[in-house]
Each structure stands twice: as C-alpha cells, then as structure tokens.
Design a protein around this ligand. Structure first.
Ligand SMILES: *[C@@H]1O[C@H](CO)[C@@H](O)[C@H](O)[C@H]1NC(C)=O
Ligand SMILES: *[C@@H]1O[C@H](CO)[C@@H](O)[C@H](O)[C@H]1NC(C)=O
Ligand SMILES: *[C@@H]1O[C@H](CO)[C@@H](O)[C@H](O)[C@H]1NC(C)=O
Length: 406
C-alpha cells in the first residue's frame, strides 16, 4: 500500500533541468458496455517541467517553434490566466493531483526543504489523500504515468474521444542561465519565475484543453483558473464526485470551457511560497478587474535584477524577502507585468481593495489546519532501502526490459 502511494506521488525530486516534457498521465477507458461510458473520454494530461508561457508559439513566442502544442490550442481552448498553486515542482504537482493546496497534505516546505529531493525519502503524498487517478479508477479507467507528448492518439483514431490537457508545473526558471542565454524557460511579459510564489512569472502557466467536437476550437479564455481545477474537472467528466470530507480548492472548468459560464468560479486565489502566503488575487466579478495584492516579495539579487541570480532560486521567507506594509497593489487587467504598484493617490479604490482582499485572506486562513509535515527532516533523509529498485535491494541494477532480476 505504502509503495503504491509513493509511486503515485506528485514529484519525486526537484528537477532543475531544461524545460522538458516530463510528466504525462494517460487515463484510458477500459472496455465497458458502451451505454455506460458513451460520454466518458480518454483523458490525457500532459505536464511540462519548468516551461514558461513565454516559451510557446501559441502564447506569443515567435522565435521558438512549438507546432504540436500550438495545434492543440488552435483546435481547443487556451487559458491565458492559468495558475500553478505553487512555484516549485513537488508542491505544485501535489496540488494538481489532489485539487488542494499542497500545505493541506503536508506537501510543502516546513524546514527549509521546498521540494522532495530524491525518491528514497519517506515523505510523500499521504495515503488518505485522494488523487484524480484514484477516482477515475473507481469509474473504470486504467491509469498510468508514461513518457512521451501525442501522435499515438491520432494514429489510433482516438482524437475525438480523447480529452487532452497541456500545462506546466510552474513558470520558467530565470536563474538557470548560461551567460546571457536563457536555459530555464521564459515567462514572456510576466515578472519573476520559478520559486517565486507571488510574482506572476512563477505561477502563470500554459493551460490548453482539447476535445474536438465537444470543446470549441480556438477559444481563448482570460479568466483566472488554477491547476487545482483539473481535479474536479476530470472527476466531473467521468461522472464522479469530489471528496466531501475535505477542502477542495479547485473548481470544475467544464462550464467555462464549454461556454455555459462566462466567469471562472474563483473570486479569490491565494499565492503561496512554501507555507507563506505571499500574494492574493481578487477577480472582481462585477467589473471584471483582477487585483493582485502582494504581502511579501523576494529581494532580487543583485538588486533590481528581476530574479535571484546570486542565489539560484529566490527564498520564501527570512532575510531574503521584503514584507510590505501596506501591501503592494496591482491591477492585472491594466498592468499584467506588475510594473506599476498603485497608491492611494493613483487608485481611488486602493483602500477598499486592500480591505476586501484582507478579509478574504482571513476567511481563507480559517480553512487551514495542521497536518503531518511530509518535508520534515526525517522524511527528507535519504533512505537507501526506499530507493525504487528494479532488482532486489541492494542490487538495483538490471536491464530495462529484463524481468527485474539483477
Ligand atoms: C521565446 O523563448 C525564448 C527562450 O525560451 C526567449 O529567449 C525569447 O525571448 C522568446 N521570444 C519571445 C518573442 O518571447
Ligand atoms: C471529430 O470532430 C471534429 C469536430 O467536431 C469533426 O469535424 C470530425 O469530423 C470528427 N472526426 C471524426 C472521425 O469523428
Ligand atoms: C490525513 O491524516 C492526517 C493525519 O492523521 C490528518 O491530519 C489529515 O487531516 C488527513 N487528511 C484527510 C484528507 O483526511
């Protein structure tokens, strides 16, 4: 049981590589009577690693070529304000799999570690968390994690019966550079990147949904949405129910994607760096404005640089951050690059917005409760006997296609 839970957990290690397609879930309907399953699609969820929205042609990059992803967007729905629940791989993926902020499952920084460092630790998604894969299994799906990106779908004539989703775990890693060339992903016009919970560049990610014949082709939606929305979305698609005994932070995107609703169900979104709330977003439904309030921001290094080049990744707390009192306020609808903080003089609504968002933060805080910390020192420690092993420990080497004997 334990090993199954570990295999299914979000992100075994902090991957600091080039943006690569790393994480791909293929959820296939098994052969059940057709009537029961008539509207249940195959579900393919693709998550790239460290890819920024600025890396993709369909999000405006005209130097890199990404024709397959662009085609998904052309034939499907593209979200332009799609947000990771955390700016690092492990917590972002834990939130994605459970539809809940990662600190609700203990899958976020508690002692300085902000991501699981290797497979051979005892920390991981707790067994009492429910992933979308588990719910889909209960509805007759075979689920799996596989390697690579999409032609197989088309070659097998499954295009119209497959719901495909493409995203990234968080924004590009600005500090990953070689001289002046950018290696770690590009966040376009957005400020900041990987590791920064508040600034848009760390959390704004691609979001593309594709299901020909069911979802409209070429629709672009600017409403605020979250990676945590994918959990209730796929659960709704298969006719399941999200767990009722816990807080689920995501909302189903089905009405928005199909055009039955014009507004996203998120009025407020809370942006964390580790377990620290750095910023909050208010999607003001009557005016359509999107306000963003920053309580804490990282100190760039060197000063004014736009990232923490001197450190490799920005910290969430301690000496490397600035606490803003009063908070910084931006109107993302007018200033998506978060270039010009508003003041009471420049923005008549300044005090009203800060007060409304502050009240929402207090209300949100009441939904938090302490849980066992998966990133505690004892859970993080490398335990060789937990190392996934294709042979028999400690003889772990074997041929990839062998029978598991060393
Ligand atoms: C496209 O992405 C690359 C690197 O990922 C970046 O250097 C370049 O500036 C981007 N181009 C545009 C137009 O955003
Ligand atoms: C798939 O859906 C598209 C869009 O509705 C339609 O044009 C096409 O004919 C469908 N293909 C098949 C094989 O049903
Ligand atoms: C899982 O168990 C832990 C430890 O008992 C508890 O704190 C947490 O609330 C439980 N989570 C759920 C979703 O039931």
């Amino acid at each position: 049981m334990r090993s199954a839970a570990r295999r299914g957990r979000a992100a075994p290690a902090a991957r600091d590589s080039l943006p690569v397609l790393l994480f791909l879930c293929l959820l296939l309907k098994t052969c059940e009577p057709k009537t029961a399953n008539a509207f249940k699609p195959n579900i393919l969820l693709i998550m790239a690693d460290d890819l920024g929205t600025g890396d993709l042609g369909c999000y405006g990059n005209n130097t890199l070529r990404t024709p397959n992803i662009d085609q998904l967007a052309e034939e499907g729905v593209r979200l332009t304000q799609h947000l990771a629940a955390a700016p690092l791989c492990t917590p972002s993926r834990a939130a994605f799999l459970t539809g809940r902020h990662s600190f609700r499952s203990g899958m976020d920084a508690s002692n300085g570690y902000r991501a699981l460092q290797w497979n051979a630790g005892s920390g991981g998604l707790p067994e009492n968390e429910t992933t979308f894969a588990r719910i889909l299994q209960q509805h007759g799906y075979a689920t799996g994690l596989i390697g690579k990106v999409l032609n197989a779908i088309e070659d097998n004539g499954l295009k119209n019966s497959t719901f495909t989703y493409f995203t990234s775990d968080h924004g590009g890693h600005l500090e990953a550079r070689d001289g002046h060339s950018q290696l770690g992903g590009w966040n376009g016009i957005y400020k900041g990147g990987k590791g920064m919970g508040g600034w848009e560049g760390g959390i704004r990610v691609p979001g593309i949904f594709h299901w020909p014949g069911v979802l409209p082709a070429g629709r672009v939606i600017g409403e605020p949405t979250s990676l945590m929305d994918v959990f209730p979305t796929v659960v709704q698609l298969v006719g399941g129910e999200v767990p009722q005994d816990r807080v689920i932070d995501g909302h189903s995107l089905v009405p928005l994607l199909q055009g039955a609703e014009a507004r996203s169900a998120h009025e407020f979104l809370f942006h964390y760096c580790g377990q620290h709330l750095h910023a909050a977003r208010w999607h003001q439904k009557d005016s359509g404005s999107v306000w963003k309030v920053h309580y804490t921001t990282p100190q760039f290094h060197p000063e004014g640089a736009g990232a923490c080049y001197g450190r490799g990744v920005c910290p969430c707390s301690g000496e490397g951050v600035t606490h803003h009192r009063p908070p910084l306020l931006f109107d993302l609808s007018r200033d998506p690059s978060e270039a010009r903080p508003l003041t009471p003089d420049s923005e008549p609504l300044y005090h009203a917005v800060i007060a409304r968002v502050g009240a929402a933060v207090s209300e949100h805080r009441q939904t938090l409760s302490p849980v066992p910390q998966q990133f505690s020192m004892s859970n993080i420690l490398w335990k060789p006997w937990l190392q996934p092993c294709c042979g028999h420990f400690p003889f772990c080497s074997c041929h990839e296609d062998g029978d598991g004997t060393p």
